[in-house]
Design a protein around this ligand. Sequence first.
Ligand code: GAL
Length: 326
Amino acid sequence: MDRHTLTSDQLTVEVRALGAALNRVVAHTADGDVDLVLGHASDADRAAGKFYLGELVGPTANRIAGGRFTLEGVEHVIATNDRGNTLHGGPHGFSTKEWTITEATDDHVSLRLAWSDATGGHPGNLVVGLTYTLTGAELTHVITLTTDATTLASPCSHPYVNLAGSGTIADQVLTVRASRVLFIDDTGIPQGDPVDVVGTPFDLRAGVRLGDALASDHPQAIAVEGIDHAFVLDAVGLDGEPCAELADPASGRRLEIWTDQPSLQVFTGAGLHEVSAGLAGPYVDHAGVALETQNYPNAANRPDYPSTLLRPGETFTSTTRWRVTA
Ligand code: GAL
């Protein structure tokens, strides 16, 4: 089975075995069906793709500086794939693999991957599990990971959202309940301590039109053509206030997100025009905003960030919940 489709009155959700990708989320609205996430129309495109549309990235989401880290006194060197750094698990990461669909019903799908590093640099034989559950207008995913040697665990799902179903996300409004953000160097690695968002274009707490963020003249925004930063979440947890909300004022559609992870990477989709065979045809730059619930980037090399260490006998888990109002 290479894919499975979940259905409810409000949503249809397609999950692919290749890359464990959330390839389609369709909202059934009064105006007809609307695609809410970016996906690939062809497997060839997905295999060659570097945008990780909807994929489950890991073992470590985002970047590990220089592809190097030290665990329990032993230095490990892993393959790099982004300006000298390892991005989203590197060239042989979870998202490049054909996963096995182990359970498939109307309301949930579970996938499993047994993974070890083809280049031999990444410690551990890992077993990863992912379940997407659809309940009405809510889509929850749970990631689990175990290992047989001390390793790094910080996988995440990498969906790009566009509540309008086409065009860019410029007129959509993003709220992120984060009073700190990680500024990055010119290779995308956090420079140091989280920075207070007050007085910066990265203060998304009251909601910001993404077109304004794309046009910002802040050096951190210019460098990545908008936002490509990890926000340190104030609202962590699966109940209470959502950590983030995306709204499309034109249609009234909204997406709320809850997570138990400490940060949200927001990537406003510079370069997406390179995806020539998206679900809805070629995409344009900023055709979607990636909303990635994860640990801090480069935590492997930062003892002051929340740890991504995982030992044999322990189980990493990560849960994220979406609620769509369409
Ligand atoms: C994001 C990352 C971006 C870019 C993108 C995929 O998660 O923050 O810098 O690499 O993935 O192209």
